[in-house]
Write a protein that binds this ligand. Structure first.
Ligand code: ARG
Ligand code: ZN
Length: 857
């Protein structure tokens, strides 16, 4: 059934204290929950209490120590009659962790036990009001065989422990009331890297990162990232940690990236383990970002949680913004901003323009797991970033201070957040709130007209219709702008233009003759901009804009303009040559511009992705776009061959280090290699082979292998074999081995993926492995959109096979097929048919059912 935001009602009961007792076993775990319940004075009176369950086996149920007055099952929920104002319920359930393949609730991974409760996993452990506005104080006791589970962890602080023969037990108490989705328990044979952190008020916190014994040497970066995050949150947001210990556990079977359980964060191993030999620079950045993200949730998520799941962006949008700002401060701010915008445009924009479009605060859903989206997370972060841009960092901080002060200990709403920023930062956000309710990416058309010394700008905004929202109102859109003088004058000071109506006119006095407008600098608003701008002006901005993001953007626009025209078939031979020449010239300047650091140079060297290019067309032919993009790559590789080789050589001479200069060198090295490979595969094969041999780190080795993988050559086979043999004991690196092959441009990629699915190391049971093969493939336009339709069939087959095992992960593959309306008719028909085939399957999970039916429209 569909659930609506407007139907929210407070729960009729309060749950002041919750006691959980676990008798742990991999195959069988017994849970005794003792729940104190009392009437909620601010809710409607009810004579029953509804406790959510999901596939639970109820062993026994008592009310105040005796049989209950009455209880019924309503589907999976347990409904108990209660006549008084306060009662104690004792509920025993039996779980089978090793049979739990959904990885929600309590499950076994690699011989250990762990939990994932967000959003609705706690109801797979015991019967409980499993909703975020019911806060309770938890005391947890767990016991089990010491040999199997030497380490016993839960939320909060450990208060007691002891032994009973072969068994031992531990008791944990979390003093901070929390919703059930933040509950966690871990039991297993783990070792820790320990450290400590002293908070700004002088509290000493014991830190631990728990992993399997063999992974201990790969935990240093995670621990250092955690300490940096703790310091940063004190300095930047005034937020201090609030328990005596903070534990992180790495788990190899995990549906998502990580989880912010109070005092006991559980992580996908991918976001914990790293050393230079096995992790790329991108992996290092990912770890720092996710460690920060989960830590920051302690305030934005845990101390202040969500009233209901429609408010998910309250914690996720804000926490993503916080982790983005953290990473900006730890590394190169402009490069981080560019990376974040790239993710937004290649993942969130397609969401906003497709059948699954939803506002950052959705109005309804069937399965909340389907709403952990780039819209809620990344667009959510952009919306809060706009408030920060309009207020400025100092006033924004006043707003967040007020938010934390006003709502500490509460289950709050997005509206609460906006009001606090409004009051604290002194902004009027009345109309701005539309960003929470309207889906779709606003389009802005800019016309400029000159009269004398004046430049008259007319901005017209339009928010496209999305499912269920046919008409939209004009939004508040803050655009950072600056005017450049191509004649060489000083750049004008940056100013903020805030659009708030369908049409906004801005006049610039004394605009120089050769004025070039730089717009949406720093990507100050998550919008699309359409304007007629001369190629020379874009090339000028690509070379001279003093805002790094704007410079990147100009370069992208230059390339997008050309490729969209070329793939649309509207480009004459002359204009093709002119466009290509302009790009060659601009990129040539970038390759040798010594004002640029290499990390930034790498960004400017990247061609827009096929997904992003497809977004620019109403109906796209993926094969054509891909072919044009490859042709441009080859053209650039050929025209600038000497520069790429020189760059590759220069970068190859930089010794390994983790500083920005060395990271930048590695980034441009593999990019230069990719351009060379597009132009001259034979020669590039040798370069790549050499890079592979000389590699003393995973970034170089992976870059070389990726280049080799797209080329049909004997080196390819030899190197793939070598890579596999070298790393066969390390699952995270074997994931890379699968992903590199699935995302390759090799002509036989479809056959390769089919064969890899039968590889002994492939399994549907491990989400990282599934994603490494099939997400990589679904994101590879050359494979996924194969003219035969085989790519679509493979993804549909995967969804059907995975759905009964792990519905959450299966449903995540649906959006790739859901783009069918924006693809040329032949492929669109095949995609739609595959969606229909899934929809017709006899037994679908709620997750997959919702995504497939929405995608079919
Ligand atoms: N709150 C977690 C994070 O943002 C994500 C957990 C999502 N879990 C899920 N089952 N959908 O890091
Ligand atoms: Zn989060």
């Amino acid at each position: 059934a569909e659930i609506f935001r407007k139907d929210y009602k407070p729960f009729a009961w309060r749950m002041p204290n919750t006691f959980l007792d676990f008798q742990l076993g991999l195959d069988e775990t017994l849970v005794t929950a003792t729940l104190e319940v009392e009437r909620n004075p601010v809710a409607e009176v009810s004579r029953t209490i509804r406790l959510n369950g999901d596939g639970l086996e109820l062993v026994s149920l008592h009310c105040d120590g005796a049989d209950c007055e009455g209880h019924t099952m309503d589907g999976d929920d347990l409904v108990i009659s209660l006549s008084g104002d306060s009662h104690t319920l004792t509920i025993v359930t039996r779980l089978a962790p090793s049979a739990n393949s959904q990885l929600m609730g309590l499950y076994a991974s690699n011989g250990m036990l762990c939990t994932q409760c967000e959003a609705e996993g706690f109801r797979r452990i015991t019967f409980f009001p499993d909703r975020p506005d019911v806060l309770s104080t938890y005391t947890v006791r767990m016991s089990g065989p010491k040999a199997l589970f030497p380490i016993l962890l839960s939320n909060g602080n450990r208060t007691d422990s002891g032994e009973e023969g072969e068994n031992h037990w531990a008791e944990w108490h979390d003093p901070w009331p929390k919703p059930s989705y933040l509950f966690a328990l871990v039991a297993g044979d783990l070792v820790a890297r320990v450290d400590s952190f002293t908070t700004m008020s002088g509290r000493k916190v014991d830190l631990a990162v728990w992993v399997r014994d063999e992974d201990l040497p790969r935990t240093e970066h995670a621990m250092e990232s955690l300490k940096r995050a703790m310091t940063w949150d004190e300095e930047t947001f005034g937020r201090e940690y609030d328990l005596d210990c903070f534990n992180i556990v790495a788990v190899s079977d995990f549906n998502m990236g990580a989880m912010e359980n109070k005092g006991l964060n559980v992580f996908n191993t991918k976001y914990v383990l790293a050393d230079p030999e096995t992790a790329t620079d991108g992996d290092y950045d990912g770890i720092e970002g996710v460690i920060g993200h989960e830590y920051f949730h302690n305030w934005s998520g845990n101390r202040i949680t969500c009233r209901d799941w429609f408010q998910l962006s309250l914690k996720e949008g804000f926490t993503v913004l916080r982790d983005q700002l953290f990473s900006q401060d730890m590394g190169s701010a402009p490069v981080k901003r560019i990376e974040d915008v790239r993710v937004l445009r290649s993942v969130q924009f397609p969401e906003d323009s497709g059948p699954l479009a939803h506002p950052i605060r959705p109005d309804s859903f069937r399965e909340i797991s389907n709403f952990y989206t780039a819209t809620v997370y990344n667009k959510g972060a952009e919306v809060i970033r706009m408030m920060r841009t309009m207020a400025g960092p100092e006033r924004f901080r006043k707003g967040t201070d007020l938010y934390f002060e006003r709502h500490d200990g509460e289950a709050a709403t997005c509206e609460d957040f906006v009001s606090a920023i409004e009051d604290g930062a002194g902004l009027d956000l009345k109309q701005f709130r539309l960003w929470y309710s309207q889906a779709g990416t606003p389009r802005i058309k800019l016309d400029s007209e000159r009269s004398g010394d004046k430049l008259e700008l007319t901005f017209r905004q339009e928010v496209p219709p999305t499912p269920g929202q046919d008409t939209k109102q004009p939004m508040v859109i803050p655009l950072k702008t600056a005017l450049f003088d191509r004649g060489g004058g000083e750049p004008a000071k940056e100013s903020l233009v805030v659009l708030d109506s369908a049409e906004t006119k801005v006049t610039i006095e004394d605009a120089p003759e050769n004025a070039v407008l730089s717009l949406n600098r720093g990507f100050s608003a998550p919008v699309r901009i359409e304007r007629d701008i001369a190629r020379e002006d874009l090339a000028f901005l690509a070379m001279h804009d003093d805002d790094p993001f704007a410079r990147y953007e100009a370069m992208q626009d230059l390339v997008v303009g050309h490729l969209v025209e070329a793939a649309g078939g509207t480009q004459g031979d002359n204009s093709r040559t002119e466009a290509e020449d302009a790009i060659v010239q601009a990129l040539g300047a970038i390759l040798t511009d010594d004002r640029l650091d290499d990390l930034m140079r790498g960004e400017l060297m990247l061609l827009p992705s096929v997904t992003y290019l497809m977004e620019q067309l109403l109906i796209a032919d993926p094969a054509l776009i891909h072919a044009e993009r490859e042709a441009l790559k080859a053209k650039l590789g050929a025209s600038l061959g000497d520069s790429f080789k020189a760059l590759h050589e220069r970068a190859a001479a930089v010794p390994f280090a983790m500083d920005a200069a060395a990271k930048g060198a590695r980034k441009v090295k593999s990019l230069a290699l990719a351009y060379c490979a597009a132009a001259d595969p034979v020669r590039a094969s040798q370069m790549a082979d050499e890079q592979y041999d000389r590699a003393d780190n995973m970034t170089d080795r992976q870059g070389a292998l990726m280049a080799l993988c797209g080329i049909d050559s004997p080196e390819r086979t030899a190197r793939l074999l070598d890579f596999y043999e070298r790393y066969k004991g390390n699952p995270l690196v074997i994931d890379k081995w699968f992903a590199i092959q699935a995302s390759s441009l090799h002509p036989q990629v479809v056959e390769h993926v089919k064969a890899l699915a039968d590889h002994p190391d492939f399994t549907l049971k491990n989400p990282n492995r599934v994603r490494s093969l099939y997400m990589a493939f679904a994101g590879n336009p050359h494979g996924f959109h194969a003219a035969s339709g085989e790519g679509y069939r493979m993804i549909a087959d995967l969804i059907l096979a995975l759905d009964p095992l792990n519905a959450q992960t299966a449903a995540r593959f649906v959006p790739s097929l859901g783009r069918w309306r924006r693809i040329e008719p032949k492929r669109a028909g095949m995609m739609q048919a595959e969606l229909q085939r899934i929809a017709d399957a006899p037994k679908l999970s709620r997750d997959t059912y919702e995504q497939v039916t929405r995608s079919l429209g």
